[in-house]
Design a protein around this ligand. Structure first.
Ligand code: NZQ
Ligand code: ZN
Length: 388
């Protein structure tokens, strides 16, 4: 059993219509609100109007237009509004990108300098404005964790911002109905993201009965309910199941007591997104099976065998390697079945920047040598090339 720290100070309010409690929750933090959102989906589904009506007694400022793979330019805009208007609380309404940008804005507003400096050196994150989130897309788990991922197109960098204990939303409203409008393209990207978060923590040397079962349960839930959500986007049960499990992703719950993981797939995918702006979940769907194949060997076979038997119900056999390989193939087949890309070429990503990406992972990410099969520069290149 490995030591662990687990601290998730987020009040999750889950269910249909629970947004009616928004004024009561927000008023705990003040009356000047910065409402952040993306490119307009919340207006199309009527959520913007609902929120504005609920906020009639608050002084509301707005930062619209936060893009997927949120950019530091949006963060800087948000910080400027917070400082000028003395904002009390940030209300993030959207998917992971909106919540992530809001986290950088929240700490940037309490920092005397450029918010990108906080991404480059997270030890400078000491204080932040409170954040309340209303989630509209199930994928990242940003609604229930203290981290964010911010892109700087000028430097081709997409880097994590960590602020455990500081950047978690104080309250997150999780109403599955707000995800009915999520198109198939984003529903499947979210599925790949949730599965990747889980595998990053599950495929490690030592686990334990509790979190093995939790990880296997998350993946089985995603496999079952993504198919239903694609066929029937307004299926409450399917959207609710996906919303529930996605929050566990980066919260730390799935990693308790396990061998610490360096999150190899995320390290590599963030590089691809940094250079090409592809959808995070698409990159993960491509990288993950190739990383698993790279990691599978005689020393690691037990973990992959367990995955194959417990997640895909493959028959037990004395030929563990064969079953383990079949389990990885099953995962790749599921991704293909729901319409996810299987190669980088499909997304028009070529090998031009692979060297730079590999070098950048090694200098800006935690060391990958603690992975179930240690990954060095050659390993990163091998996984990238297999993904082409
Ligand atoms: O911008 P709008 O108009 O809102 O449209 C968004 C966007 O185009 C749309 N969308 C969101 N909710 C919708 C909807 N469309 C219709 N109906 C709705 N209800 O979906 C598109 C993608 O949104 P985005 O927020 O970018 O997606 P996601 O939640 O997958 O977030 C991805 C970002 O989160 C980072 C990723 O790297 C990426 O930058 N991650 C954050 C993590 C964290 N904070 O813990 C961990 C993850 O591993 C991940 O790296
Ligand atoms: Zn992710």
């Amino acid at each position: 059993m490995f030591d662990y720290d687990l601290y998730i100070p987020t009040h999750v309010i889950f269910g249909k219509g629970r947004i009616k409690d928004l004024p009561a929750q927000l008023s705990k933090f003040g009356c000047k609100v910065l409402l952040t959102y993306g490119g307009g989906s919340i207006k199309k589904i009527g959520l913007y109007d609902t929120v504005k009506a609920l906020l009639k007694d608050f002084e509301v400022f707005e930062l619209p237009g936060i893009e997927p793979n949120p950019k530091i330019s949006s963060v800087r805009e948000g910080v400027a509004i917070c400082k000028k208007e003395h904002i009390d609380v940030i209300l993030a309404v959207g998917g992971g990108s909106v919540i992530d940008a809001s986290k950088n804005i929240a700490c940037g507003a309490c920092f005397d300098g450029d918010p990108w400096d906080l991404v480059l050196d997270c030890s400078k994150v000491e204080k932040a404005l409170p954040i309340v989130s209303v989630l509209t897309l199930t994928a990242t788990g940003s609604e229930y964790d203290g981290s964010a991922v911010i892109s700087n197109p000028e430097t081709n960098e997409k880097l994590p911002l960590f602020g455990t204990g500081i950047l978690e939303p104080k309250v997150s409203f999780l109403d599955p109905e707000y995800t009915y409008s999520v198109p198939k393209s984003q529903t499947i990207a979210g599925a790949a993201d949730i599965i990747s978060h889980t595998l990053e923590q599950y495929i490690v040397k030592d686990g334990n009965i509790l979190t093995d079962a939790m990880c296997e349960g998350v993946i089985k839930t995603v496999i079952k309910y993504t198919k239903i959500a694609i066929e029937d986007p307004c299926n409450y049960e399917a959207r609710a199941q996906l919303m529930m499990v996605s929050s566990y992703g980066c919260s730390g719950n799935l990693a308790t007591g396990r061998t610490p993981s360096p999150w190899v797939c995320h390290a590599i995918e963030h590089e691809i997104s940094a250079y090409t702006d592809i959808t995070h979940g698409y990159g993960l769907a491509i990288i993950t099976p190739n990383w698993m194949n790279y990691s599978l060997n005689e020393d690691t076979v037990d973990r992959f065998y367990q995955f194959a038997v417990n997640v895909f119900d493959l028959e037990k056999s004395s030929d563990k390697m064969k079953v383990a390989k079949a389990g990885i193939a099953k995962l790749a087949a599921f991704y293909k079945e729901i319409g996810l890309p299987t190669t980088l070429s499909e997304l028009k990503v070529c090998s031009e920047h692979f060297e730079d990406m590999a070098n950048h992972v090694l200098t800006h990410w935690q060391p990958l040598d603690t992975a179930i099969r240690p990954v060095d520069k050659q390993g990163i290149l091998e996984i990238l090339k297999a993904s082409l």
